[in-house]
Ligand binder design. Structure first.
Ligand code: ZN
Ligand code: ZN
Length: 298
């Protein structure tokens, strides 16, 4: 496919920084790809040249392991991940497994759609796993949280946004997107939360989030990598609080989420960079220099 836009995700930083095991090296990062099919391989059905598709993080699964057979292909024993163990979208063209390409239709701008393919999808899976509680905490208000805040609002939930301490820019961004409350990660929310999702890669947030949720509440770690979690007193977990992680996505997550996007009326906030400024985009992401999501345009 010819790449039209590719989002820049926190996971790309982990790949570039060598924080994830066994990458394909050299690797072309990027797993939020929007583009048009340029050629179709033998045996591909249902996709045609010129069609716009999205390529997500899950690039291939084996189809025969117990996880694939049990409806948990996100946990496949022999997966390939776009931009990590197979080449991704920081490029003018890329090759994808057609079975893992989502038709995107013609509605919406390439750049604005790109962040939906990981930030949106992983955010969606995290939200489903967080449960149906009305008071939702989001730790780290970047690409995923800015999409999820809009989804949560449509679902008539209250969002409590936690940012780096003192990051008033992100806090006001969160309020503009409908957050009920926004503050620093070390602050306690004004009322106990039903669930919290941690997008930031900071292990210290785990005990803080456990402190913020009510009895029976759930804390979801949505990142692929996190600094070590400090030890914490058992009473933070006591009373049936749950601590879980979310790994990858299934194709069904993508189908479910992309079907709901028009209904949710999600507007992604993007900062465009030309492809040859990919390193600058990664640097700015690391420093938290933009609101929403960075997207590379070849
Ligand atoms: Zn498998
Ligand atoms: Zn990602």
């Amino acid at each position: 496919m010819k790449v039209a836009a590719c989002g820049v995700c926190r996971t790309d930083l982990h790949v570039v920084d060598g924080e994830l095991p066994d990458p394909k090296v050299p690797i072309i990062p990027g797993h939020e790809i929007v583009g048009r099919i340029d050629a179709v391989g033998a045996g591909v059905e249902g996709l045609k040249v010129g069609e716009r598709v999205g390529i997500p993080w899950l690039g291939h699964t084996c189809g025969v392991c117990p996880y694939c057979l049990g409806g948990q292909e996100n946990l496949c024993d022999r997966p390939l991940f776009t931009g990590y163990t197979r080449d991704g979208g920081f490029a003018t063209a890329t090759i994808a497994d057609a079975r893992f390409a989502f038709p995107l239709g013609e509605a919406g701008d390439d750049v604005e759609l790109a962040p939906l393919l990981c930030a949106g999808l992983i955010g969606w899976r995290s939200l489903v796993i967080a449960g149906t509680g009305k008071k939702l905490g989001l730790y780290g208000f970047g690409a995923a949280a800015h999409i999820l805040a809009q989804v949560a609002k449509c679902q008539e939930r209250s969002v409590f946004a936690f940012t780096r301490p003192g990051d008033v820019t992100s806090q006001s961004f969160a309020r503009r997107l409908g957050a009920t409350w926004a503050g620093g990660s070390e602050e306690r929310p004004p009322e106990p939360l039903d669930a919290a999702i941690i997008f930031a890669t900071v292990g210290d947030l785990v005990p803080l989030a456990l402190k913020a949720v009510r009895k029976g509440g759930r804390v979801v770690c949505a990142g692929i990598h996190m600094s070590d979690i400090p030890s914490f007193p058992y009473h933070l977990l006591w009373e049936e609080r749950q601590l879980v992680s979310v790994a990858n996505l299934t194709r069904q997550d993508g189908i479910d989420f992309l079907r709901l996007v028009p209904e949710f009326g999600i507007v992604t906030h993007t900062t465009r960079y030309p492809l040859n400024q990919a390193n600058q985009a990664l640097t700015d992401l690391r420093a938290g220099r933009f609101e929403g999501a960075a997207v590379l345009v070849p």
